[in-house]
Design a protein around this ligand. Structure first.
Ligand SMILES: [Zn+2]
Ligand SMILES: [Zn+2]
Length: 343
């Protein structure tokens, strides 16, 4: 049996190919892909500016689908809707052995370092299958980006006394705001995109929302926080210029958490860092446990994942409409629907 897959040959150049449906290796499960979230990583790869990225590559790591075949010794998942944990960890390195599979020293991310889900069927190791527990396929594809936000919020260990300042309101920042809101009311968001600022104010009910280019930003945040600034400063911009300013907004004793990733060096004033006794952390990917927690939170309606879904397109439209979708200035998260058109 054959299937369609879309390969990114080079920046800006997709090619559609007919391929055989994957033959399963030991311990793998066959999933019919149903939804693919379009991530900033895919957009950077498409534009040719994703660090450590090689071509050709099949994109797609925010995946949900239906189990259509599996190892004969386990039929429990057959026909079930599932999310896919796209991080292939080695299970042997020091971080894996300490349960930190999200930052495995030999990590390979589907759709980034190895081929991903821009196809109709994919073989996935059974340990990377997350049982959907009845959650719909759209939301299951959003579990991955939301888990990245959730992991950052867990790293931040927010208490209700804390002022939390979130820089960046793309899908990861929005997710971080949603999870932070369940910990504290004292939240400030900063972005440079007015559409996103207003969007977050309305959809998430965040009162303190500012443009990062506002020349009075520092004074405003100083006043709101009684001169204390952020107990937690969280980056979800992946933008060097934004990151370079963030230490100024961190309070004494505070934690600075970088979920976003940019490809250059950061320069910080050591005295400014030292006098705060600041804690600097990165937050990379998410664990399987994060995925399961996030899935339950969506199922229990603790968070509303539908806020993220701004655009949908069919797999059959990717060749012609991908660029137009990612260029739309109102884009929050695009979802590709696969195996949904009559053939
Ligand atoms: Zn992503
Ligand atoms: Zn490992």
């Amino acid at each position: 049996m054959s299937m369609n897959q879309i390969i990114l040959l080079n920046p800006f150049k997709f090619e559609k190919r007919k391929m055989d449906i994957p033959i399963l290796l030991e311990g793998e499960i066959l999933v019919q892909i149903k939804r693919i979230g379009i991530c900033g990583t895919d957009i950077h790869a498409f534009h040719g500016n994703q660090p450590f990225f090689s071509y050709p590559r099949i994109l797609g790591h925010e995946l949900s689908g239906i189990v259509v075949d599996e190892n004969s010794n386990n039929k429990d998942l057959l026909g079930e809707s599932v999310a896919i944990l796209p991080y292939l960890s080695c299970g042997k390195c020091n971080s894996c052995l300490r349960g930190k599979t999200n930052c495995c020293a030999n990590l390979k991310v589907m759709g980034v370092h190895v081929d991903g889900g821009f196809c109709e069927y994919i073989a996935v190791p059974q340990t990377n299958i997350i049982d959907g527990n009845g959650l719909n396929l759209d939301f299951l594809a959003l579990v991955e980006p939301l888990s990245i936000s959730y992991h950052g919020i867990i790293r931040a260990d927010i208490s209700e006394k804390d002022w939390v300042i979130v820089f960046g309101t793309g899908p990861i920042g929005i997710g971080a705001l949603m999870f932070a809101k369940s910990k504290t009311d004292k939240i400030i968001l900063i972005d440079v995109n007015e559409h996103r600022i207003t969007f977050c104010q309305h959809k998430l009910g965040i009162f303190y929302a500012f443009n990062g280019d506002d020349i009075e930003l520092y004074e405003k945040i100083k006043n709101i926080t009684n001169g204390n600034f952020g107990d937690i400063v969280l980056d979800a911009t992946g933008n060097k210029k934004a990151m370079q300013q963030q230490l100024n907004y961190l309070g004494h004793g505070g934690k600075w958490i970088l979920i976003g990733l940019q490809k250059e060096e950061l320069n910080i004033s050591h005295p400014e860092f030292h006098k705060r006794e600041a804690t600097l952390m990165s937050s990379r990917n998410a664990t399987k446990e994060d995925f399961q927690k996030v899935l339950n939170k969506i199922n229990d309606k603790k968070i509303d994942a539908s806020i993220l879904m701004s655009h949908t397109l069919f797999f059959e439209e990717v060749m012609d409409h991908f660029l137009e979708t990612i260029k739309d200035s109102n884009l929050i998260k695009g979802i590709i629907k696969v195996n949904e058109l009559e053939k």
